[in-house]
Design a protein around this ligand. Structure first.
Ligand code: G6Q
Length: 545
């Protein structure tokens, strides 16, 4: 029977919440000069600061007890060893095998998987090298542009990581097309030279509507532009479905496989990372994997109390289930991590947006938080107002590098100061007395002070975590992603849900399929609710004008 481990501890956790409600982080910092060292973890390249949370030793211990009750360690070991933990799809969950050392041995159904992983990575490396050094030729010679066509897990990972690692690009230009909206592909068509472009069709199933539509349009466009039918050399595939890739006309030597134990949103480490490998090269791609492996090792070996993903997960549970905070903001002070919040949105919300437990019974407590965010400092001039003074409390993750990858003097100091200022302001807030004193100091008359001061009060006591890392490089990016992956795993283990299926995506897909002939006007609108039927009628009327 699936168990939600929070339930057993709820009374204790609520008592801690009630106790902590009577104090503030400001007071806790004032009363404990060691608070930062007590509530932070320092690796050589990364500091994880969780001291700005509504937490003290007692509450922290109570949270660690939740992880113990959930048996996180045993569940973690089951995942790493290739047991079928994705029960609704009957699959192992082994994205960690994709970054494990070549001499490790992990079996699924008695078959070693590492050998297969290494084989595919070697093939990817050979192909990437040939494309990057110009030995692989398409109609117009060496490849200058690579376009990854894929959606969801087959897009977000490589697109996010390719942007994040732009300073390491020394390969062909890379482009990403995901949306079936023609605008996405049309904008890329404007900038790519057809004679020297390579399309990578990335789809685990090779049946995804949007991807297949974009891939077919890309092939037709190439045939038209090049004036020939055979454009095979301009296409590669990343897929587990060899029958479909062959049918599409992509030769096996340009098809890179993976396995059903790699979930879409966990697949950037697999062949799905080919576009990234082409951009930064196989060596840097290897460092990206190494960074993730470092996080895996930490997750497997550190005690709960010193385990970064376990603490990230418990803080999420603390706020979601005990304080009732619904959303979680990811705020990278790192412009090249612009797509990181979107990537985490999929990772967290598709994994833990579940309403039943592993055994099918309805969950009895809230699961996955709503994840959102944008890079700072831009967000400061937009939505931070609500984080500071709105009525919802939004726990935040701040991410920032100690060293910038760009040498424009003065910028990074300003960026870092802003990042630290935000978490400080959220934690400290500003009392009415402080607001009044400030206005008085500025020489404001008492009547005005009384009118304005309430608007200048910041409640404070708003929680945040800060990740300060040495530099955003391939290895660090790998580490950061893997830490969040394990956070999601721990939360799923505690809630007793399956973090590795995604049935919620299916219903919309099926209904879209059914609607296509009605949209095309090839079938009568039948069996639809009044709103859908009304919108279809209006659509047909507008398009007939
Ligand atoms: C991820 C999801 C989903 C998936 C896309 C694309 O975990 O399963 O986002 O990645 O639907 O699927 P294909 O790779 O099969 O085209």
């Amino acid at each position: 029977m699936a168990v939600n481990a929070v339930k057993a501890h709820l009374t204790t956790l609520r008592a801690h919440r009630n106790r902590l409600s009577r104090t503030t982080m400001r007071d806790m910092f004032a009363g404990d000069p060691k608070r930062f060292s007590r509530f932070s973890i320092a690796w050589d390249r990364l500091v994880f600061d969780y001291s700005k949370h509504r937490l003290d030793a007692g509450a922290f211990k109570a949270l660690l007890d939740v992880a113990k009750t959930a048996g996180v360690k045993a569940k973690r070991d089951a995942m790493f060893s290739g047991r079928i933990i994705n029960e609704t799809e009957g699959r192992a969950v082994l994205h960690t095998a994709l970054r494990a050392p070549a001499d490790e041995r992990i079996e699924v159904d008695g078959q070693d998987v590492i050998g297969e992983v290494v084989k595919v990575r070697r093939a990817m490396t050979r192909f990437s090298n040939a494309v990057r050094n110009g030995k692989y030729k398409v109609s117009g010679g060496a490849v200058t542009d690579v376009v990854n066509i894929g959606i969801g897990g087959s897009n977000l990972g490589p697109a996010m990581a390719t942007l994040a690692l732009a300073p390491w690009h020394d390969g062909p230009r890379t482009h990403f097309v995901s949306n079936v909206d023609a605008a996405d592909l049309a904008e890329v068509f404007k900038v790519i030279p057809p004679e020297t472009t390579l399309f990578i069709v990335a789809s685990k199933t090779f049946t995804t509507q949007e991807t297949m539509c974009n891939a077919q349009t890309a092939r037709n466009w190439m045939q038209r532009k090049l004036g020939r039918q055979d454009v095979g050399a301009h296409f590669a595939a990343l897929s587990t479905n060899l029958v479909a890739t062959r049918k599409f006309g992509i030769a096996d030597e340009r098809t890179f496989g993976f396995w059903d134990w790699v979930g879409g949103r966990y697949s950037v480490w697999s062949a799905i990372g080919l576009s990234l490998m082409m951009a930064i090269g196989p060596k840097r791609f290897g460092e990206f994997l190494d960074g993730a492996y470092e996080a895996d090792t930490h997750f497997r070996t550190a005690d709960y109390g010193g385990n970064i993903p376990v603490i990230m997960a418990l803080l999420g549970i603390w706020y979601r289930n005990v304080w009732g905070f619904e959303t979680h903001a990811v705020l990278p002070y790192d412009n090249r991590l612009a797509r990181f919040p979107a990537y985490l949105q999929q990772l967290e919300m598709e994994s833990n947006g579940k309403r039943v437990m592993m055994d099918g019974r309805a969950v009895t407590a809230d699961t996955g938080a709503i994840v959102w965010g944008e890079p700072g400092t831009d967000g400061q001039h937009a939505f931070y107002q609500l984080i500071h003074q709105g009525t919802s409390v939004i726990p935040c993750d701040f991410l920032i590098a100690a060293k910038s990858n760009d040498r424009l003097s003065g910028h990074h100091e300003l960026l870092l100061a802003n990042c630290l200022a935000q978490s400080e302001a959220l934690m400290l807030g500003k009392t009415l007395a402080e607001a009044r004193a400030e206005l008085k100091q500025a020489g404001m008359p008492e009547k005005e002070i009384r009118r304005l001061a309430p608007h200048k009060v910041f409640e404070g006591n708003r929680p945040s975590t800060t990740f300060l890392y040495e530099r955003l490089d391939p290895k660090m990016l790998g580490t950061l992603i893997a830490l969040y992956e394990h956070k999601v795993f721990v939360q799923g283990a505690i809630w007793g849900i399956n973090s590795f299926d995604q049935w919620g995506v299916e219903l919309g897909k099926a209904l879209a399929q059914e609607l296509i002939p009605m949209v095309e006007g090839k079938a009568k609108v039948k069996g639809k609710d009044a709103s859908t039927a009304g919108l279809l009628a209006a659509f047909h009327q507008m398009t007939s004008r």
